[in-house]
Design a binder for this molecule. Structure first.
Ligand code: KIV
Length: 263
């Protein structure tokens, strides 16, 4: 099992090699993604939408993520696996967050992911000081969709300061890597230059240290209007495996995301 995910990511960042990440939820895709060269697999709470058919991620349970982490670990014994902490499993107290994070680690996660900035910093510090590597998630926070009334680009104009503070607080709290979701490409480039933890962008432009997409989106399987930051890699591929390889290569050589996929 991959125990040094942080050093793997840091090594890629300092070598200037982009980090290619995709979501995975089962053993078959975990194996295919590993064969395609993905650097890490994210068992995201996006499973609530793409597997469970819910309108958002808010009803996903910790046991759902733990189950899918176990499936992904079976298919990819040596992969870096990021397990997503669902809504309500980490906000009440750092102690509760630790107990829940331990369940994802026991299921096979290498790193756990927590949505939120400044207000979650004490929790991230509590976990990292007790041996749990944390992937922070700042910018657009899908778990806040009902509070914020939709999925909107974060950090435009004056609100860039708040995103900067969120990212900095996560670095200071010890986050080993950071998802930057739907923030302006210029802001993501600035953060990626100045922060030590490698940044993994989604809808945040090509200058992040790595990229992540939801598997079903990049295979053109998701319902609803096409999202601007998504590319359908199945469109030009002859097989699912070719599409996965094309994604990894496009991230590695900087072809994805293109300007049209950014804000
Ligand atoms: O749940 C998820 O898949 C995510 C990614 C969209 C970053 O958080």
């Amino acid at each position: 099992m991959q125990h040094n995910a942080f050093s793997k990511f840091l090594k890629l960042k300092s070598a200037g090699e982009k980090i290619a990440v995709l979501t995975a939820y089962d053993a078959t895709f975990a194996h295919l993604l590993t064969e395609a060269g993905a650097d890490a697999l994210l068992v995201g709470d996006s499973l609530g939408m793409v597997l469970q058919g819910a309108p958002d991620t808010l009803a996903v349970r910790l046991s759902d993520v733990a189950y899918h982490v176990r499936c992904v670990r079976s298919g990819a014994p040596d992969a870096v696996i990021i397990g997503d902490m669902p809504f309500g499993t980490f906000q009440i107290s750092p102690e509760r967050a630790f107990a829940n994070a331990v369940k994802l680690m026991a299921a096979g996660a290498s790193i756990i992911k927590i949505e939120g900035g400044l207000t979650m910093a004490p929790t991230v510090r509590f976990l990292t000081e007790r041996g749990i590597p944390v992937c922070a998630h700042v910018g657009l926070l899908p778990q806040w969709v009902r509070a914020q009334g939709g999925y909107k680009v974060q950090g435009r104009g004056d609100t860039a300061t708040a995103v900067r503070e969120d990212a900095l607080s996560m670095e200071q709290a010890g986050a080993v890597t950071m998802v930057l979701e739907m923030i302006p490409a210029v802001l993501a480039a600035e953060l990626s230059t100045h922060l030590q933890p490698p940044t993994i962008g989604i809808g945040s432009g090509r200058d992040c240290d790595g990229q992540v997409l939801v598997l079903h989106d990049m295979l053109g399987l998701s319902a609803g209007a096409r999202k601007r930051f998504v590319k359908n890699f199945m469109a030009d591929a002859e097989s699912v495996q070719d599409a996965l390889i094309a994604y990894v290569q496009a991230v590695k050589n900087g072809d994805f995301p293109a300007a049209e996929n950014a804000f």
